[in-house]
Design a protein around this ligand. Structure first.
Ligand code: GBH
Length: 485
């Protein structure tokens, strides 16, 4: 043991693992190379450049498709134990369907996996991180129930092809984000049909998740082993005051934002959170709908989805305050009206380069404890936590963000008993941040988008994270990790 008695550092267990996260569309580039099909994000950014703040797209992005060795070398330097990446559905199945498999897509991910294996970095793969094949969008995308069957077919191809090498799987990344922002709002595909298509999307995604988990359990687990979960995004939602109304509003908000997807899978009874069911049913009725806008699961579906996890993937970035709303139900359905709360952040909370992200480390501990209490302390992997600040290599603000969030995480584990097995920083590299384009930089490594090589340079935070990953401890002072800058 390298620690002595005077060492008061905060340390994680030996088994606790540090990693970094990325996603296919945000880093790969090569959007139409070697047989890759078009995804909804290719289509959306090409057809509506005005929807992205800097009018950019990820045709080239970080060029990671051509930089397997270089990117893995960065991870080796970081000393991390796992790499969370996503597989582009349209690179494996160009039109989304299993009748035609693109061999070059398989070659690319096999190369990545071989390089990770050579360097003893465990792969954690997300099957779906927002990039639906455009061809399937033509059928209505996630609003069409058949999408669950096509997702099962795609998952089967992945498990057959990569199951020997990938032992940790996530079906979906943040269904709340892509159903609400994509079908209720203006991220791809930009359906902008809140209170309606967002719920259809969520319903089919939950079915798809349950179906893939059951298939994995029945047909693959014995043969190839492994673990399967889903990644959900949980911003902590704190009551703005101690009033009963605001406490209730905060709990309602947690159920709508997080419970929508967590409750059917992780709760004891399964199905949608009761408060969502009753509020949306009541609003639908008042608005003159014969059917609730929130679809019903059959009892078989409830059972299929309930308990469909080996672990929870959790993304956490920030915290909001919640007040009770006094909205009158309008004729126009919307998710926000259904929930009827007011959500905001304090001006005094430290700002970042993302309008939605303030630095509120204590919310991390609260979110983890809410999960522990409500869902019987599921095994949890932090699949994303991170922050964007301005360009530049001397990113002390990012170091402070990570350090303070890790202290909060440490308290959740060691003081409260939350069952968390690892932490991934978002992200390895600056990358394409969806409708915020390249304007928000989350990387431990800066990417020079002006250079033909898309040169990667480690920031101070990369040094910091290296020290954390290698020692399992948070340094007491910068002196512990700045020696080699
Ligand atoms: C994560 O979502 C994503 O999984 C990841 O792909 C992404 O790169 C990362 O965040 C960092 O952005 O400015 O009003 O449009 C976190 C949840 C949901 C937060 C969408 C930002 C849009 C805010 N995100 N939300 S807005």
């Amino acid at each position: 043991d390298h620690r002595n008695v005077l060492d008061s550092r905060v340390c994680f267990d030996d088994k606790f693992s540090f990693g970094v996260a990325t996603a296919s569309y945000q880093i790969e580039g090569a959007w139409n190379v070697s047989g890759k099909g078009e995804s909804i994000w290719d289509r959306y950014t090409h057809a509506h450049p005005d929807m992205v703040v800097d009018r950019s797209n990820a045709d080239v992005a970080d060029g990671s498709y051509y930089k397997v060795k270089e990117d893995v070398a960065l991870m080796v330097k970081l000393g991390i134990g796992f790499y969370r990446f996503s597989i582009a559905w349209s690179r494996i199945l160009p039109i989304g369907l299993s009748n035609y498999v693109n061999e070059d897509g398989i070659r690319y991910y096999k190369e990545l996996l071989a390089e990770l294996r050579r360097n003893h970095i465990t792969p954690v793969a997300t099957m779906y991180h927002f990039d639906l094949p455009q061809n399937l969008q033509e059928l209505g995308g996630w609003t069409n129930p058949i999408m669950a069957d096509y997702f099962v077919d795609y998952a089967r191809v992945l498990l057959d092809t990569f199951g020997d090498e990938i032992k940790i799987w996530l079906t979906f990344n943040e269904p709340y984000t892509f159903c609400e922002d994509g079908y209720g709002g203006i991220e791809a595909p930009g359906a902008n049909s809140s209170g309606f298509e967002d719920y259809l999307c969520g319903h089919n995604v939950l079915r798809a998740h349950g179906m893939v988990y059951r298939m994995f359990d029945k047909e693959y687990r014995k043969k190839i082993g492994g673990h399967m979960g889903i990644t959900l995004d949980f911003s902590w939602l704190e009551p703005a005051t101690t009033s009963v109304e605001d406490q209730q509003a905060a709990e309602t908000a947690r159920q709508f934002y997080f419970g929508w997807f967590a409750h059917p899978i992780f709760s004891k009874y399964g199905d949608y959170p009761p408060v969502m069911r009753s509020m949306i049913d009541a609003n639908s009725k008042r608005q003159g709908f014969y059917h609730s806008r929130l679809p019903y699961f059959t009892s078989k579906e409830v059972e299929m989805i309930r308990g469909a996890y080996d672990f929870l993937g959790l993304n956490h970035y920030t915290t909001y305050l919640v007040k009770h709303g006094s909205r009158r139900i309008s004729l126009q359905p919307s998710f926000i009206d259904d929930m009827n709360v007011i959500k905001f952040q304090r001006d005094e909370w430290p700002k970042t380069n993302s309008s939605w992200l303030k630095v509120v480390p204590w919310g991390f501990r609260k979110a983890l404890n809410w999960v522990r209490v409500n869902y019987r302390n599921p095994k949890t992997l932090i699949t994303e936590n991170g922050v964007a600040f301005e360009r530049g290599l001397h990113d002390t603000k990012r170091v402070n963000y990570i350090d303070s969030y890790l202290r909060s995480l440490h308290a959740a584990i060691h003081q409260d008993g939350c069952y968390v097995i690892g932490y991934a920083y978002w992200s390895l590299l600056d990358n394409f941040e969806w409708t915020r384009g390249f304007s928000e930089r989350f990387g431990l490594h800066e990417v020079d988008y002006q250079s033909p090589n898309l040169t990667r340079t480690p920031r101070l935070s990369a040094k910091y994270f290296t020290s954390v990953a290698k020692t399992g401890c948070l340094p007491n002072s910068y002196a512990d990790y700045t020696y080699d800058i």
